[in-house]
Design a protein around this ligand. Structure first.
Ligand code: PGA
Length: 246
């Protein structure tokens, strides 16, 4: 099953969000595609309702790890599941870099999401200077080790991973098949060795960073790529449809 996620980030007003969702609902989607849309918080409730009775799921773009309390401006996992949200993006590079989220916070969020039966979409990826200085795998390993610090071996399957090289996000420069394949295969081998070798089960790893209608098919053909996390190209129904039905 290929997982295709639309990360709208801080885009769209309500009428645009609803119009897109109605169009998505009436679209014919190839078998073997799991479609998830991640709208801004303020539209989650309406979009969940709009998509009731369909196979399309809804994700939040972030959450806090506590259930409730004096955390002005935050949204809790309880509030997300209460309205029917099933997934949550955790550790997106924009959260890490602009809002200074660190691996410790990300780990708490992952643990909390899993304990509430929300499926986390856990993002990792290196910056351009880290890649240039040959530190890609060191960074990926640190993000995995520290981010998964609170996660037990039997919880690893509940996470969808997303490799998003920071230099590819919103830049129009996607990773080459060699670059993406190398990192995806490395992550799978690392996780299997560390957590999964007893059962042989595998995890899903999405690729994100300048995915377009034009490159979706070739990215999906890379060994180790199980789906796509799409930003810019998920905002227009035409390009998102082509990506879903690559
Ligand atoms: P992009 O964003 O597709 O616009 O590069 C991807 C992401 O940040 O998830």
């Amino acid at each position: 099953m290929a997982v295709i996620v639309a990360n709208w980030k801080m885009n769209k007003v309500l009428s645009e969000a609803i119009e897109f969702t109605k169009a998505l609902k009436s679209m014919s989607i190839k078998n073997g595609r799991k479609v998830i849309i991640a709208p801004p918080f303020v539209y989650l409730n309406q979009i969940v309702n709009e998509l009731k009775g369909t196979e399309i799921s809804v994700s939040a773009q972030n959450m806090f790890y506590e259930d409730k309390g004096a955390y002005t401006g935050e949204i809790s996992p309880l509030q997300l599941i209460d309205i029917g949200v099933e997934y949550v993006i955790i550790g997106h590079s924009e959260r890490r870099n602009i809002f200074k989220e660190d691996d410790e916070l990300i780990s708490k969020k992952l643990k909390s999401a899993i304990s509430h039966n929300l499926t986390p979409i856990f993002c990792i990826g290196e910056k351009i200077e880290e890649r240039r200085s040959g530190k890609t795998f060191e960074i990926i390993k640190k993000q995995l080790t520290d981010g998964l610090k609170l996660i037990n071996a039997d919880e690893i399957y509940k996470i969808i991973f997303a490799y998003e090289p920071v230099w590819a996000i919103g830049t129009g420069v996607n990773a080459t098949p060699e670059q993406a394949g190398e990192v995806h295969q490395w992550i799978k081998a690392y996780l299997e060795k560390k957590y999964l070798n007893l059962t042989g089960e595998s995890v899903k790893i999405l690729y994100g960073g300048s995915v377009t209608a034009e490159n979706a098919k070739s990215l999906m053909s890379i060994d180790g790529v199980d789906g796509l996390l799409v930003g810019g190209a998920s905002l227009k129904i035409d390009s998102f449809e082509k990506i879903i039905n690559f």
